[in-house]
Design a protein around this ligand. Structure first.
Ligand code: F6R
Length: 245
């Protein structure tokens, strides 16, 4: 469903700007987009991308960098032009200057048309950990102990990074459309708190309640703590055709 959504945005605007996430969650999306490119001619030649985040102190060619992830799992299989790919530089000698430039580059492209998001089990989006300012811009962020522990599997025999560069919550909120993907029981609590809880920096994804055009695409496991899930199914059942993906 998310892939169809992305394809529709590209169909309407071939030179659209996509905001992209890494992690386990979007792997299926990237696989399907690759299939659509190879089998159905989905054309990425004019598409520009901005990734949400990258580890600080990890070179682009490190096997666990988000650069490597994006090229291995997506970019090398489609016809995107390298100069249209933007991923934060974890090795930049001047983090604040880099972050300012990243924000300017997004603006110079006309802003993000469609932002793809995953969600952490604590409700983080990008590397915006709980209590991140809801107005934050691209900046350095210190990871929680939990995030460091979660990431430790990717950094055998090395120091696990303690910092990331991430688009801010304010940056994410300026995307014209957001799609958040969440699968599995581990995400159920964060999903319920994001959709049905109060808007709070304690659950960064809850800010999406204030977004004019945000969609959560989640499976039954990730949905199982939603109090109003029958109502959401009802809404979906009675959606007018023109609203369907
Ligand atoms: C990564 C990102 C993170 C992940 C989140 C969930 O670019 O934006 O917020 O989406 O940590 O990670 P997974 O999908 O591995 O559960």
């Amino acid at each position: 469903m998310a892939a169809q959504f992305v394809a529709r945005v590209i169909g309407k605007k071939p030179n659209c700007v996509l905001g992209l996430a890494t992690g386990n969650t979007p792997l299926m999306l990237y696989k399907e987009l690759i299939r659509m490119h190879q089998k159905e001619g989905l054309n990425f030649s004019e598409v520009t991308t901005f990734n949400l985040d990258e580890y600080v102190g990890i070179p682009a060619n490190h096997p666990s960098s988000y650069h490597t992830y994006m090229w291995e799992h997506f970019f090398k299989h489609i016809n995107i032009q390298e100069h249209n790919v933007n991923i934060p530089d974890g090795m930049t000698p001047d983090v604040p200057a880099f972050c300012k430039k990243y924000e300017e580059a997004i603006k110079a492209c006309g802003g993000i048309d469609l932002q793809i998001l995953g969600i952490g089990s604590d409700g983080h989006i990008g590397f915006n950990e709980p209590t991140s300012s809801l107005a934050s811009r691209t900046r350095i962020k210190t990871f929680t102990r939990q995030t460091i522990q979660d990431n430790s599997v990717f950094f055998t025999n090395e120091n696990v990074p303690h910092h990331g560069i991430t688009m801010g919550i304010g940056t994410i909120m300026e995307g014209r459309q957001c799609i958040l993907l969440a699968f599995g029981k581990k995400k159920a609590d964060a999903v319920a708190r994001s959709i049905e809880g109060p808007v709070s920096s304690m659950v960064p994804a809850s800010i999406l309640q204030m977004h004019p055009n945000a969609i959560f695409i989640i499976d039954e496991d990730a949905a199982h703590k939603l109090q109003k899930r029958d109502y959401y199914r009802w809404i979906y059942q009675y959606k007018p055709d023109w609203q369907r993906i």
